[in-house]
Design a protein around this ligand. Structure first.
Ligand SMILES: [Zn+2]
Length: 365
């Protein structure tokens, strides 16, 4: 077995490795360029590598960087799969890698996108007013203060400790990270309408997924759970047919809707609309969430990042330090961490391919 290569230092290095690996195996690559540039003026894009039959009715879709910075790990897993495992894929299944679903966040080392939007809070039904989260509003100034210094951070710690005593740890996670639509410079902000990556996904899926009968989806994330552990998170209620299929494929998945997961219960995650993206498919989908550091360290990094982009200067020396803090919260350069991720991802992908191959009857949906 070839060991997985270390995490790349930048989005562009990760992108180059992905495109080179895709090219080496003759994948069909499509690129959609993002309207903005990266911090060094580099091009940003969503790149899709299609391996296996173009007209396959059975497809495994692997997505990285829904949360920008989390793409360091996701991209490494995709590139390693392309470089070493395409030969193992069944003949009648296509494996499709969406690289850097949120390329701006990846390049700028942010979890959010160019609009400070958390892409997995943006897929609400925009024909109706977005959900309200009044408790977040009470904490908004403490979470992202105007100044990021010892005094303001100390004051914030007291406010957040009081709120934690009131809501409890799980309640606090829900208030802070469940999503909010009223504070555009805050954290876990869901936006005011469909953002670029959201619109891209709907357009791409309409062009590519309508003929698919059986779709497996693995959306790669980092930043929650024990170090190196990969939890499969379902966007569906426990006991629903999709959840039961996911459990049959992968032995154990946890419903974020029902509070089984390390994640808060979400509104607006993209997996929540996956049925609209592939309307003729039977879909078995999960987020694969790998742990890094503890929750408070992750939260501190997210608050610093939100402050930097709301009140600081993303091109100042402060920014370098905060970006390093963000990267460390969502990507670990320890080879043992990445090896653990690879082992888990390879198992998840192989189980998905086995189950997609074993499907005999046509979809009855
Ligand atoms: Zn994530």
């Amino acid at each position: 077995m070839t060991p997985i290569e270390p995490l790349r230092r930048t989005y562009t290095h990760a992108r180059q490795a992905f495109l080179a690996a895709a090219d080496d195996v003759g994948a069909e690559v499509t690129t959609d360029v993002h309207p903005l540039d990266g911090p060094a003026g580099e091009e940003l894009a969503v790149d899709v590598a299609w391996t296996g039959p173009r007209a396959a009715q059975r497809v495994l879709l692997v997505v990285s960087a829904t949360h920008g910075v989390e793409g360091f790990a996701g991209s490494a897993l995709q590139s390693h799969w392309l470089a070493h495992h395409v030969v193992d894929q069944p003949d009648d299944v296509a494996v499709v890698h969406v690289h850097a679903f949120n390329p701006y966040g990846f390049a700028w080392v942010r979890r959010v996108n160019e609009d400070n939007v958390d892409l997995n809070r943006n897929f609400v039904d925009w024909d109706h007013p977005p959900p309200t989260n009044a408790d977040y509003g009470r904490l908004a100034d403490a979470l992202v203060p105007e100044r990021w210094d010892d005094e303001s951070r100390g004051a914030a710690v007291r406010v957040l400790a009081e709120a934690t005593a009131e809501f409890g740890m799980a309640g606090m996670q829900q208030v802070v990270s469940g999503g909010q639509y009223d504070h555009p410079t805050g954290i876990f902000y869901g936006g005011a309408g469909p953002v670029w990556s959201h619109r891209w996904l709907r357009g791409w899926a309409a062009d590519t997924l309508s003929g698919v009968a059986h779709l497996g989806v693995v959306d790669l994330h980092t930043g929650l759970g024990p170090w190196g552990h990969g939890e499969l998170i379902s966007h569906e209620h426990a006991g629903s047919p999709g959840y039961q299929r996911a459990t049959a494929w992968w032995d154990e998945v946890r419903s974020q809707l029902d509070g089984e997961s390390v994640s808060a219960s979400l509104t607006g995650d993209w997996l929540g609309v996956v049925g609209q993206l592939a309307p003729n498919a039977e879909i078995t989908a999960a987020a694969l969430e790998f742990g890094t550091v503890d929750t408070l360290t992750v939260l501190d990094a997210l608050r610093a990042d939100a402050w930097l982009h709301a009140h600081g200067d993303p091109r100042s020396p402060d920014a370098t330090e905060i970006r390093a803090q963000l990267r460390a919260a969502f990507a670990d350069d320890d080879p043992a961490w990445l090896e653990a991720l690879w082992e888990r991802f390879a198992w998840v992908a192989e189980r998905a391919l086995t189950n997609l191959t074993d499907v005999r009857t046509p979809s009855t949906r």
